[in-house]
Design a protein around this ligand. Sequence first.
Ligand code: SF4
Length: 184
Amino acid sequence: MLQQTQVSRVVPKYGKFLETFPTLHHIARAGPKRVTEAWSGLGYYARARNLHALASVVTNRGRNTEGTLPPDAESLKTLPGVGAYTAGAVSSFAYERRAELVDTNVARVLQRVFAPKVVIKSGAGQKRLWSIARAILPRTGKATWTHNQALMELGALVCTARVARCAGCPVRSVCATGNASGTR
Ligand code: SF4
């Protein structure tokens, strides 16, 4: 639901959606039309259709009541509607696996800290940033949970698109951009 939609719009819908569809099995059994109707107001209905298709896959067309998402990012990426970011987020946050994730905020932080010359929006830039994200993962899945949360928070609150608050930044001592700026 949070792909392309603000948290404030999702929160009221999310609880109600879970009441209607408490498990992936419920979603798979409901049929795509009912899932899309329950999605109403959130827009981007392809997400609802993908969610239904995903539920159908992991529950073997609704036959398996215990169907759950796989824990590893590579398997998650094979499911409908699941891209690299979502796979990394589910794997690291729900299953505490060592999985990297790069969203807009994380990409900006990694670029400023490790690779200021990288063009974030280019294919090569994205490849490099994902590879940096992988290289700096902590050793355990549990620590990865905290690490990924911290990277996202850093990008949302300290190293933002509008301003880099280097003076109070906890990673300034290792940051290529923060160190170079001097006066920020
Ligand atoms: S030191 Fe500055 S540029 Fe580097 S991560 Fe922190 S806020 Fe961003």
